[in-house]
Design a protein around this ligand. Structure first.
Ligand code: FES
Ligand code: FE2
Length: 412
């Protein structure tokens, strides 16, 4: 590499500068744990799970173009209410199915009117004399979809490995005073309901969840307080693996003597449950999915337990500098940067070769190690963590929350 030669040529003497930027080696990301396209190792791991791809409420008469795991697809709902997910070029002669119209039985191509059901089967070819044997060979490639919690989930993996779409205990059997509110409000910044593509690799966002120390600095001392001011207390943190991924427990002793454990979970392949950032006592009200759109962008979907009369989108962050993030000037964002500025600034895929990981990055290191293990497990023919094939299995439990040590047992 050029760097080696350059270092030889600039061998230091007491009068020369050291540590300059000149002659650095190639700066790269680690493709194994970040790239998600078809056939990539991480993409194959991702394809062993269900991913939310849209809010159920958004499926109207017009098909929606979506992109997930590097694949362009068309999501629709037929007039009987069944969701479907197909490839975007009609298998006849490639017309864009984004211009198709939905009917009771499926979706009809605008060019010559071929009609496909939600499993891609061709039901009608109006310009042909019907030959069922030919028609049955004309199958539009499709993926399975299911709906739950107000989200449309898709499975893009091998059919024989399709797991059961999981249920999550905190969102089952709600009391009559609560409901589940789904949202796709992209990224939690400064009290906004932004609905944008998040323009960087999904892993930067996911591993940030296992980094409790940036909360003390970025969100409190440096820019804040963007969350509860008590986050300024430096926590004692312990990370550990769980049956679905990993968690950290951040223990804080506050000035008034109260002690609290803040427990945050991540679940494979890219889920998280983060406790209330105002530090209210009890289990986390929400969980979220970070869904890779491609290697350089992702979307987030959340579900949140809210009172029955709640309307709108549950926003987990408050405005900063008394302004919504979308209303802040560049100077104001410089004064109070948040997760958006930092993660975007790491680059579309961060440069792993340039990092200097330290002890406070233990969660990041553990998560990457677990991710790598799961990628290799799938590559070697195994089933990854957290998938199951038993429709009768109980819902998964998540133990995230803020737990004050002097309070009574947590409520549900
Ligand atoms: S291209 Fe779709 S029916 Fe001809
Ligand atoms: Fe953050």
């Amino acid at each position: 590499m050029a760097g080696g030669k350059a270092r030889l040529m600039t061998r230091s003497t007491p009068t020369q500068d050291t540590g300059t930027a000149y002659g650095r080696g190639l700066q790269t990301h680690d493709p194994e744990i970040t790239e998600v396209g078809p056939g990539t190792p991480c993409g194959e791991l991702m394809r062993r799970y269900w991913h939310p791809v849209e809010l159920s409420s958004r499926l109207g008469r017009r098909p929606r173009e979506i992109r997930v795991l590097g694949e362009d697809l068309i999501l629709f709902r037929d007039l009987c209410g069944r969701p479907g997910l197909i490839t975007p070029r009609c298998i006849h002669r490639g017309a864009p199915m984004s211009f198709a119209k939905v009917e009771e039985a499926g979706i009809r191509c605008p060019y010559h009117g071929w009609l496909f059901d939600t499993r891609g089967r061709c039901l009608d070819q109006p310009c042909e004399v019907d030959k069922p044997a030919f028609r049955e060979r004309c199958r539009q490639p499709w993926y399975p979809v299911e709906e739950r919690y107000g989200l449309v989930f898709a499975y893009l993996g091998p059919p024989e490995k399709k797991p059961v779409l999981p249920r999550w205990a905190p969102f089952e059997d709600l009391p009559p005073t609560e409901k589940i509110v789904p949202d796709a409000a992209s990224f939690s910044v400064g009290g906004d309901e932004t609905e944008e593509l998040i323009p960087w690799n999904w892993l930067q966002d996911w591993e940030n969840t296992m980094d409790p120390f940036h909360v003390v600095i970025l969100h409190t001392a440096f820019s804040g307080p963007q969350f509860n001011p008590d986050m300024a207390v430096m926590p004692h943190v312990e990370w550990e693996y769980t049956p679905l991924g990993m968690q950290y427990s951040a223990h804080r002793r506050f000035a008034d003597g109260q002690e609290m454990d803040r427990i945050t979970h991540v679940m494979f392949p890219s889920l998280r449950s983060v406790p209330n950032i105002q530090l209210s006592h009890g289990i986390a009200e929400s969980m979220g999915w970070l869904v890779p759109v491609d290697d350089a962008s992702h979307r987030t979907f959340h579900i949140t337990r809210m009172p029955l009369d709640f309307e709108g989108v549950p926003l987990v962050t408050a405005p900063v500098l008394e302004k919504k993030w979308s209303e802040m000037t560049e100077d104001e964002r410089w004064i109070a940067p948040g997760d958006w500025e930092i993660q975007k600034g790491q680059g579309s895929i961060t440069l792993h070769s340039e990092e200097r990981l330290a002890s406070s990055d233990t969660g990041v290191v553990m998560l990457r190690r677990q991710l790598r293990e799961q990628i290799r497990l799938v590559r070697d023919g195994g089933d990854p963590i957290g998938v199951h094939f038993d429709p009768e299995a109980p819902p998964y439990w998540i133990g995230a929350g803020n737990f004050y040590r002097d309070r009574a047992a947590i409520g549900g």
